[in-house]
Design a protein around this ligand. Structure first.
Ligand code: NAD
Length: 484
């Protein structure tokens, strides 16, 4: 299987190569085979991308917003038409099963382009009357926006950052994760085919040093990162040094609270979706599942039965429900956490081992019970298919323990008591929350974290705030009354 792109980078509407950059191997996680190679951006490539973005942005900002929106909506339609091809590429890039990528990746990217394309023309300022005088505001683009992606949702992240930025009149340079370089190149190609003027959506490959060079370049006005908390701290500090706008979508260790009155099958299903989708490589996963004493035995019974029935296998087989981890290194990290969990005294209910032979990077979906708050598996982000079940007896206790973390990305509650559901959600320190479901992230809803999980919001009308700035204009209708 090969998935070699035409060249490593996409700048000013064309593929560009510079083989002087460090080679980055593209490995298919399901069998460990090399499927392509790209090169990390050299200083010359970074410069070309920045120059292209800067040159194109001003004219794009002057293009009517309706026209900008039309191009984005056309790109959304093209992505949907090519969903199978793009989903196959996403599967090659990440190892996520086609069963998921066909419904959750390119389609989610298309939703973002359609949503922000539709919103573009209603991005306006306001009129503020002051007696005879008045103020009006202009919502202006920021200029050149850099997007830096994680490897778990490469197509989605390329679109979630690109769509609102372009709708608002900005130019974009996107650096995918070095682990998943393929999908963003296709999004760049499609945007050009849909009519986007060249230079407005550029893709450069590279490791952290390329991201770092982009973040600190004075031509860049805004940085949006999806990544881990340690990277977020570095990128936030570097952007701060240049007083740049930032959006930070970082990691989590989110709580999911299951009360005694919850529906057993629904809460087990929610917990499984919130731990095993994409082999557990989802930032908002509810990896600390707090289950009330009364429902705990039934919950664990059904969880063990349903988890051990998950179909691992070839990601290209649409019957496969779970694929491999994205890299061997990520698999090793998760397997090490499983050993830590055992050593800490957590009870392994199901899973816990590498699976599917020696070539792919598969791990069995794993459930630990009898987990306590101080265990490392309950405190650190594992980013793999490892669910920690903790028991609780009182609502207040569960809330306090759920909030006892530096993270604050997401939280969920399963209960039939509506009053309790809203009361508990109001107390949980998290940006994206669910009641009686888990991990749905439609483009219409703001997405992002509090505490160390992030700054700013993606998706929804809220994203417009993060890709524009306000100019306010005071207009005097009378003469100037100066005391001098
Ligand atoms: P990572 O932090 O290792 O890397 C993220 C990106 O940052 C990569 O493109 C990397 O090359 C780049 N980078 C690394 N160092 C940099 C630097 N100094 N300057 C600029 N760029 C730099 O994260 P990852 O392992 O790719 O992804 C997994 C992490 O992402 C998890 O913590 C997960 O929770 C998080 N994540 C968050 C969200 C969200 O929306 N909140 C979504 C997906 C993933």
């Amino acid at each position: 299987m090969r998935a070699q792109p035409k060249a490593s980078h996409f700048i000013n509407g064309v593929y560009v190569e510079d083989t002087a950059g460090t080679p980055i191997d593209i490995v298919y996680p399901a069998n460990g085979e090399l499927i392509g190679r790209v090169h990390s951006a050299t200083p010359s490539i970074i410069d070309q991308a920045l120059a292209a973005a800067q040159a194109a942005q001003k004219a794009w900002a002057r293009t009517s917003a309706t026209q900008r929106g039309r191009i984005l909506r056309k790109a959304a339609d093209m992505i949907r038409e090519r969903n199978r091809e793009l989903s196959t590429l996403e599967t090659l890039d990440t190892g996520k099963p086609l069963q998921e990528t066909l419904v959750a990746d390119a389609t989610s990217g298309a939703d973002a382009l359609e949503y922000f394309g539709g919103l573009a023309a209603s991005i306006t300022g306001e009129y503020i009357p002051l007696g005879d005088d008045f103020v009006y505001t202009i919502r202006e683009p920021l200029g050149v926006c850099v997007g830096i992606g994680a490897w778990n949702y490469p197509t989605q992240i390329a679109c979630w950052k690109g769509a609102p930025a372009l709708a608002c009149g900005n130019a974009v340079i996107f650096k995918p994760s070095e682990t998943t370089p393929l999908c963003a190149l296709k999004i760049a190609e499609i945007l050009i085919e849909a009519g986007l003027p060249v230079g407005l959506y550029n893709v450069v490959q590279g490791l952290g040093d390329v991201g770092s060079a982009l973040v600190s370049d004075p031509r860049v006005d805004k940085v949006s990162l999806t990544g881990s908390v340690p990277t977020g701290k570095k990128v936030y500090a570097a952007a701060g040094a240049g007083v740049k706008h930032v959006t930070m979508e970082l990691g989590g260790k989110s709580p999911l609270l299951v009360f005694d009155d919850a529906d057993v099958e629904d809460s087990v299903g929610g917990a499984m979706l919130g731990n095993f989708y994409s082999s557990g490589q989802v930032c908002s996963n509810g990896t600390r599942v707090f289950v009330q004493d009364g429902i705990l035995p039934k919950f664990l019974d059904r969880l063990a039965a349903r988890t051990s029935a998950i179909r691992l296998g070839d990601p290209m087989d649409e019957e496969t429900q779970m694929g491999p981890m994205v890299t061997e290194a990520q698999m090793d990290k998760v397997l090490a956490y499983i050993e830590i969990g055992k050593a800490e005294g957590a009870r392994l209910v199901t899973g816990g081992k590498r699976a599917m032979g020696k070539n792919g990077f598969y791990i069995e979906p794993t459930v630990f019970a009898d987990v306590t708050d101080d265990m490392r598996i309950a405190r650190e982000e594992i980013f793999g298919p490892v669910m920690c079940v903790l028991s609780f007896s009182e609502e207040g206790e569960a809330i306090a323990r759920a909030n006892d973390t530096e993270f604050g990305l997401s939280a969920g509650v399963f209960t039939k008591d509506l009053t309790r559901a809203h009361r508990v959600i109001a107390e949980l320190e998290a940006g994206s929350c669910w009641i009686n479901t888990y991990n749905l992230a439609p483009v219409e809803a703001p997405f992002g974290g509090v505490k160390q999980s992030g700054v700013g919001r993606e998706n929804s009308k809220a994203a417009i705030e993060h890709y524009t700035q306000l100019k306010s204009v005071y207009v005097a209708m009378g003469s100037v009354e100066a005391p001098y």
